[in-house]
Ligand binder design. Structure first.
Ligand code: CA
Ligand code: CA
Length: 216
């Protein structure tokens, strides 16, 4: 009887563990908890490909508006449209995943504005997934999918959950490495000016094979 109970308990524990295990997240350190400092060079997995590519800027914060765990990414909305340069703080990661034709990715994350330093009716979070012909971060793009969050509505004390699906990977990108980039963007002017901040956390990017072959 006791043995059966133990077995049942073990089975339950094992199934709970399986259920609790996250789907295969293609992003390393998507919760920003790994690292030995706040800067990009001290935050595991993340590189600043933003304007100036300064790795001494803060990739994450451990103060003010915390979300999950101790750290969250800090982003801003500055995008130099004239020069097509990303925001000053632009998190990028060369994942360990090689894309396949027809792959569709699901992007999940949470975010919130940083108090009043975010323009609710014009600033959003932008995620950009892509692959390049030479597998270099700034190489020729052969497939990409861009996704903006909605504008933030409601109390900035409540985090918003975002879940979006990319377009299918095209044949031209098959076998190339997946890059994940995100930053804030001012949808109205997107140019230099006052800098507005927000927080992003718990990024999970998973892959599902598309039922529909990608267009060639
Ligand atoms: Ca976190
Ligand atoms: Ca703005």
């Amino acid at each position: 009887m006791r043995y059966t109970f133990l077995l049942a308990s073990f089975a339950l524990a094992a199934s709970s563990l399986a259920a609790a295990a996250p789907a295969d997240n293609l992003v390393m350190n998507g919760n920003f908890e790994d690292g030995k400092g706040l800067q990009f060079y001290a935050t595991t997995g993340w590189y600043n490909c933003g304007k100036g590519t300064r790795q001494d800027l803060n990739a994450r914060t451990d103060s003010d508006v915390l979300m999950y765990g101790v750290y969250a990414a800090t982003v801003n909305d500055r995008y130099d449209a004239a020069n097509k340069q990303y925001a000053l703080l632009t998190h990028s990661q060369r994942t360990g995943y090689s894309v396949k034709e027809g792959d569709v990715f699901t992007i999940n994350y949470v975010w919130r504005p940083f108090e009043t330093y975010w323009q609710m009716s014009r600033d959003t979070i932008r995620f950009y997934l892509y692959a390049t012909s030479d597998d270099k971060m700034n190489g020729p793009v052969v497939w990409s999918s861009t996704h903006d969050s909605d504008f933030f509505v409601g109390s900035p004390d409540v985090v918003k959950v975002v879940s979006q699906k990319t377009s299918p990977v095209t044949a031209a990108a098959a076998g190339k490495r997946l890059f994940v980039v995100f930053h804030g963007i001012d949808t109205v002017d997107g140019v230099e000016g006052a800098t507005h901040f927000a927080r992003v956390d718990n990024i999970v990017v998973t892959v599902a094979r598309s039922a529909v072959p990608a267009k060639k």
